[in-house]
Design a protein around this ligand. Structure first.
Ligand code: FAD
Length: 596
């Protein structure tokens, strides 16, 4: 099994050459105070060391051992506690956190790169810092100053970890029907009672305390999503002086046996009148969660891509070493009994498709992260509004497209290994099992597609879509005279026009037929994602072309050739998607339930 190596060169290329994020940071005064290119690069270097050197070596063993539950206690796989300590010592939980409470205040454009390395190295472990960062984000955005002061510093440091309690046995997608209740007490606290399931890292032995953010209903709350509130419920109560007090009345009833990410604990959490504190306003809990979700959902998309990068690294190495059959054009390595499988066009198709998704996906997640930074730090109101619109539109695409393609890429990586990809030895089957969850949690990909098509595109009557279309059209226009880009701009413009036509078509259909949104949504998201990655690949070409001539390493020329493959073999899939979407909902809705 090839050892995962954080792809630092590619990450630096995307950050500095494709997007020039240091210039973005310099243009946002509040951010410019907090980060400079040298510090950022030192952080990347250290992140690469920890993820490749500490977390990746635990990935296989964590999968084999899994977490163990015994009488409410969860024991993590060997090495996890020590690795978590490394995360605490580096303050990695607080990398993007609010400096007023001990966070490092780094931009998402940098944090996203750390997340890729973390998730590519060890997704099961990586969920712990990821969920803690997410819980901090919700608390920072909506909690009272008192709650923030009491909890954030220890969560950013990682001494305490965070967990998110939304799902219940009967309520997953439809959180409006949750039953967990919160009753106000004489002091400022609430008694929280109910059962949450599937709570990632809800219980474990790596941190001193676990801070649960729990969705619950107040007495007499309105029915449905408008009656949900958010509560902070610590495993151990925290004294006024910040020390840990008595154990709160919550416990882990069991942990799930599951397909992948076995090194992580997926917990049933029972809250038996546990003391909790309201975060944000009563009945606005779902909105509070959604503030955090734009960040988290990009993070889950990055998980998909991180796993795909790990799969690509080992598939590439295997394809260079495994010898099998001769090249169709005749023997390439006459000294050997057969040629390495990388000579075969189909093996190249698999590796190039993986590269197309992984490298294009890395650029896309950085592009979305840029908009997140602008939406958070821009002083100019119009720029902030534009960025917020972009984030709203692009987040479901990043979550669902990068995870769907993440699985596709891992399956391709497994296929490169033939039968050796199916057995445990090489690690490919673990990646396939691990990445699969990314399509399901944090809102299934079907729900992401409905969010994109229904709420964002149709809901804004195309206005949010126009923001993205204009950004792409401006780029095409501004670069029209660049000879390196000429072969790409015409097909890119055609793909944009196709997407715009389909967008208009579905908006028109939606007014007459409510089923047309759900019938189009998943394919629309794919069409959107493929077009957006086409845009990213042209940005990559623009950055690589200037360096390609002097390139003897193959780094830049490899980018140009992969872009060619993307435009020849991957972007054309938008044509069939557009046609399929235009067929409408009739064939989907024609069957009676019993005809299935
Ligand atoms: C390993 C793991 C870790 C998890 N971690 C956490 C965690 O830390 N915290 C937490 O709160 N939850 C967590 N979850 C729960 C996860 O977020 C939910 O499983 C997910 O949101 C889907 O909910 P559900 O399983 O109830 O499926 P359901 O909501 O029952 O959905 C079933 C199917 O119906 C589809 N569907 C539902 N409604 C609609 C609709 N309106 N239109 C179209 N299709 C629809 C869905 O897309 C899906 O395909 C985790 C789950 C797993 C397996």
């Amino acid at each position: 099994m090839a050892d995962y190596q954080a792809p630092l060169r590619d990450i630096r290329f995307v950050m500095n050459e494709v997007f020039d994020v240091p210039s973005l940071w310099a243009s946002l005064p509040k951010l410019a105070e907090q980060v400079d290119p040298e510090t950022a690069d030192a952080i990347l270097e250290e992140a690469a060391k920890i993820t490749s050197g500490v977390l990746a070596p635990l990935n296989r063993e964590g999968d084999e051992q899994g977490c163990k539950w015994n009488d409410g206690e969860v024991t993590t796989p060997d090495g996890y506690r020590e690795a978590y300590q490394t995360i605490v010592e580096g303050g990695w939980n607080g990398l993007g956190g609010n400096p007023d409470f001990g966070g490092m205040g780094m931009p998402k454009t940098l944090v996203a790169q750390f997340e890729e390395m973390l998730q590519g190295a060890n997704m099961a472990f990586g969920l712990a810092p990821m969920l803690t960062a997410g819980a901090c984000l919700a608390l920072d955005a909506h909690g009272s100053e008192e709650l923030k002061g009491k909890y954030l510093p220890s969560m950013y440091s990682g001494v305490w970890s965070g967990a998110m309690g939304l799902t219940e046995p009967h309520a997953g997608t439809d959180l409006g029907i949750i039953r967990t209740k919160a009753e106000p007490q004489d002091d400022d606290s609430y008694k929280v009672t109910g059962t949450k399931i599937f709570i990632t890292w809800g219980e474990h032995d790596m941190a001193e305390n676990i801070i649960h953010l729990v969705l619950a209903k107040l007495p007499d709350a309105p029915k449905g999503p408008k009656g949900i509130s958010l509560f902070l419920v610590p495993k151990f109560l925290v004294n006024e002086d910040g020390t840990l007090g008595e154990r709160n009345s919550l416990s882990c009833g069991s942990i799930e046996k599951k397909m992948g990410i076995k090194g992580s604990a997926t917990c049933v959490m029972n809250f038996d009148g546990a003391r909790g504190w309201l975060v944000g306003e009563p009945n606005k809990g779902l909105a509070a969660m959604f503030t955090m979700m734009n960040y988290e959902r990009l993070g889950v998309g990055i998980q998909g891509m991180g796993a795909a990068e790990a799969s690509l690294q080992s598939a590439r190495e295997y394809a260079l070493e495994r010898i099998q059959s001769r090249a169709p054009t005749g023997a390439q390595h006459k000294d050997k009994v057969a040629d390495p499988i990388i000579v075969h066009p189909d093996v190249r198709r698999m590796l190039l498709t993986m590269k197309g998704y992984v490298e294009g996906g890395r650029a896309f997640s950085t592009y979305v992260a840029q908009w997140l930074d602008i939406s958070k730090y821009a002083e100019d109101g119009d720029r902030r509004v534009l960025a917020e619109g972009m984030v709203a539109l692009l987040t479901p695409v990043a979550k669902a497209f990068l995870t769907d393609r993440g699985l596709d890429a891992c399956v391709l990586g497994q296929q490169v290994f033939g039968g050796h990809g199916y057995v445990r030895e090489w690690g490919q089957e673990q990646l396939v099992r691990d990445v699969r969850i990314t399509q399901i949690y944090e809102g299934t990909n079907g729900i992401q597609a409905l969010d994109l098509m229904g709420r964002k595109v149709v809901g804004s009557q195309g206005k949010l879509y126009e923001l993205f279309a204009e950004d792409m059209a401006d780029f095409i226009e501004q670069n029209a005279s660049d000879p390196a880009l000429r072969p790409y701009l015409e097909p890119l413009a055609a793909a944009l026009e196709r997407l715009s036509d389909v967008t208009e078509h579905v908006i028109g259909q939606a007014a007459q037929n409510p089923d047309s949104i759900g019938a189009a949504s998943v394919e629309y998201l794919d069409l959107f994602g493929l077009t957006a990655l086409g845009y990213m690949w042209v940005k990559i070409v623009k950055a690589a072309a200037v360096k390609a001539e002097a390139d003897t390493s193959g780094f830049y020329t490899g980018k140009l050739k992969t872009a060619r493959f993307y435009f020849d073999r991957m972007l054309p899939k938008t044509v069939s998607l557009a046609e399929s979407i235009r067929s409408g909902s009739d064939s989907m809705m024609a069957l009676h339930a019993q005809e299935f």
